[in-house]
Write a protein that binds this ligand. Structure first.
Ligand SMILES: [Zn+2]
Length: 165
């Protein structure tokens, strides 16, 4: 009788510990999937990796002087990517001449490539545009853009790299 109870308890203990192991493996999988989607680095790592002027724009949410960047009047066909992580952000097909001195686009290349967030700094109500992969600051989006979207994504040249078609 005692032997039987012992066996039952042993079986139960084994089952419980097995299900715990399975759960642990599941959470590990979830974390790994998120890691491939998003790039998460410490500010110290970004500071080492990015040129200081790019770090200022993308991690400290700075703004380059208008008409100072290399892409505001850039007209080649291709894809503008994130200067920090290479994520594809805007197609040259969506670029337009806004006259602001910053590269301007009426839409992102695909959904999820960028993220937007309310920005209440500087006594203004603006919408900040961030890289959807690394969270780097790109610029702001306004509602005075051309058709078909009516949006104007006002982006810092320093937050972009260009891949020629
Ligand atoms: Zn990025």
């Amino acid at each position: 009788m005692v032997k039987q109870w012992f066996l039952i308890i042993l079986t139960l203990a084994f089952t419980i510990s097995c299900s715990k192991v399975e759960k642990a493996i599941d959470t590990e999988k979830e974390v790994k999937m998120e890691e491939t989607d998003k790039i998460v680095k410490t500010e110290e790592e970004w500071r080492k990796e990015l040129p200081s002027e790019v770090y200022y724009i993308m991690r400290e949410k700075g703004t380059e002087r208008p008409f100072s960047g290399k892409y505001y009047a850039h007209k080649e066909k291709g894809i503008y990517v994130c200067a920090a992580c290479g994520n594809e952000l805007f197609s040259s097909d969506a670029k337009f001449e806004s006259g602001t001195g910053w590269p301007s686009f009426y839409q992102a290349i695909a959904e999820g490539k960028i993220e937007t967030k309310a920005d209440l700094t500087g006594g203004m109500v603006r919408t900040e545009v961030l890289c959807g992969r690394c969270g780097g600051h790109l610029g702001h989006v306004f509602d005075d853009g051309p058709a078909p979207t009516g949006k104007r994504f006002c982006i810092n040249s320093l937050a972009l790299d260009f891949k020629k078609e």
